[in-house]
Design a protein. Structure first.
Length: 82
C-alpha cells in the first residue's frame, strides 16, 4: 500500500488543526479548547468543533476525544504513535 501524504488525507483546515495540535503536544499540552484553536488559526469555534469531530473519527496520527464542555468544547489529544 503506498504511503499517503497527510495533505492528501485531510482538507486544508484539518491539516492546519493537526499541525496546531502536534505543536501543542510537543510542548506537553494534552487538552485543547475549540475557541482557543479557532482564535489561533483564524477560524470559527464551530468550524474547529466540526473538524475536530471528524478528525476524532479519521485521524490516524492522533487520538482525539471530546472531553468536556465549559464555555467551549475541550478535546483531549494524545499521539497514537507514542
Amino acid at each position: 500500500m503506498p504511503s499517503v501524504n497527510i495533505r492528501d488525507r485531510y482538507n486544508e483546515t484539518q491539516h492546519r488543526i493537526i499541525h496546531y495540535l502536534v505543536g501543542g503536544l510537543s510542548r506537553g499540552k494534552h487538552y485543547f479548547k475549540s475557541k482557543y484553536i479557532a482564535k489561533e488559526l483564524g477560524l470559527s469555534a464551530k468550524e474547529v468543533g466540526t473538524n475536530m469531530a471528524i478528525l476524532s473519527e479519521i485521524c490516524q496520527e492522533l487520538a482525539i476525544i471530546k472531553w468536556s464542555y465549559s464555555n467551549s468544547t475541550t478535546w483531549m489529544v494524545t499521539s497514537k504513535t507514542a
